[in-house]
Design a protein around this ligand. Structure first.
Ligand SMILES: [Zn+2]
Length: 227
């Protein structure tokens, strides 16, 4: 589904992945294991070849967001960009949070990140880094949901790829902090920072696009968490 010019929401296995067009394609998250076919078929539907996908940006290393990463890297040769902690976990072969039984996909990923492959496979992304994607896509470290959590903000037309910091359920925008007290504090800070960007659309890892009074809602969610 096209959600904005050049931006497509792909219903992957267990979460939503986002494909951003242009001469080169960028993917935000990969969905759970088994999602690669759906993503590749979207790439072809847009009259691109898998090799046109040059970047995979990760919001965080939960299995429902990175499960198809090995297959996507294999099919496209794209490079992965993520929070340094996320890359450390991937390179260390740590099984992603979520479903620890599903380790065979992860074993394949470990293989891809093995020392024989140069670090070019994974590049740490700095807080505030702006990537040359559709006029500028900013990476914003948020933590909150998990220590390695990053969201991405497309300045034109103010789209926020929120990963699991925010989700949309039953028509409502919700914050999804992790269990630790620090997660809550980080979530509050992130919500206030993101409110300052005045997003027009939130594209979450779970749930449909959300377009309703976002800045106000983010501030309210921060207040609720602080109560
Ligand atoms: Zn998720």
């Amino acid at each position: 589904m096209q959600v904005a010019p050049g931006v497509y929401a792909i219903r992957a296995v267990s979460s939503t992945a986002y494909l951003i067009g242009g001469v080169e394609l960028t993917l935000v998250d990969t969905g759970g294991p088994g999602s690669a076919r759906r993503i590749l078929s979207w790439i072809r539907r847009l009259e691109h070849s898998p090799r046109d996908l040059t970047r995979v940006l990760l919001t965080h290393v939960d299995l429902d967001h990175v499960g198809a990463l090995p297959a996507m890297l294999e099919a496209t040769g794209a490079r992965v960009m993520a929070h340094p902690d996320a890359l450390r976990r991937i390179r260390g072969g740590e099984v992603p949070r979520g479903e620890r039984g599903l380790s065979s996909t992860w074993a394949a990923l470990r293989h891809l990140f093995a020392p024989v492959r140069p670090l070019a496979v994974g590049e740490p992304i700095a807080d505030g880094a702006v990537l040359p994607v559709l006029g500028g896509l900013e990476a914003i470290w948020t933590g909150g949901h998990s220590p390695d959590h990053v969201v991405y903000f497309l300045a034109q037309p103010r789209l926020l790829f929120s990963g699991d910091l925010l989700q949309v359920g039953r028509g409502h925008l919700q914050a999804v902090p992790g269990a630790a007290p620090a997660d809550r504090t980080q979530t509050v800070a992130a919500l206030r920072r993101l409110a300052g960007l005045d997003p027009l659309v939130v594209l979450a890892g779970h749930g449909p696009p959300y377009r309703d009074n976002i800045a106000l809602r983010l501030v309210r969610l921060a207040e609720i968490l602080e109560e």
